[in-house]
Ligand binder design. Structure first.
Ligand SMILES: O=C[C@H](O)[C@H](O)[C@H](O)COP(=O)(O)O
Length: 148
């Protein structure tokens, strides 16, 4: 699977670990920055770039990383067609895929150990959308609102 990453300084270290971990697992990882550590950088451009890439690349997934994941998720969700779930446990990661067909997840690099963060990310990447009618219906309602 192709996986697009975006992060600010607060997720920089985790992003590099995630890129290594996912590449070793056989995924194609595309890094939309930050490419250098700058403690003063801002998350929106990196997360919007990752979300735009995911929307333009159907079937791919995205992971946006920051200190909390909050701002990163907000930024990604500004992109039309992006459905970015804030994943803070393996269960919320799985539900983001099963119920919301999330094509991106946000995660806080300051919120988890590396081991736990990688488990959360693995749960997200491994879980398919359920395709249940009630979830399809709700996602369509969001898409209809977005199209207005
Ligand atoms: O929601 C925003 C993210 O958590 C940012 O990564 C965070 O606000 C960055 O904080 P600071 O600039 O204090 O390192």
């Amino acid at each position: 699977m192709r996986i697009h990453l975006g992060t600010d300084h607060a997720g920089f270290e985790l992003k590099n670990e995630v890129a290594r971990h996912l590449s070793e697992a056989g995924h194609e990882v595309i890094d939309h920055g930050a490419h250098v550590y700058d403690p003063q950088d801002d998350y929106p451009a990196f997360c919007i770039a990752a979300a735009e890439a995911v929307v333009a690349d159907p079937g791919s997934l995205g992971i946006v990383i920051g200190g909390s994941g909050n701002g990163e998720q907000i930024a990604a969700n500004k992109v039309k067609g992006a459905r970015c779930a804030l994943a803070w446990s393996e269960e919320t990661a799985r539900l983001g895929r099963e119920h919301n067909n999330a094509n991106l997840m946000g995660i806080g690099g300051r919120m988890h150990s590396l081991e736990d963060a990688l488990k959360i990310i693995d749960a997200f990447v491994a879980t398919p959308f359920s395709e249940d009618a009630r979830h399809e219906r709700r996602i369509q309602q969001l898409a209809d609102y977005e199209a207005k």
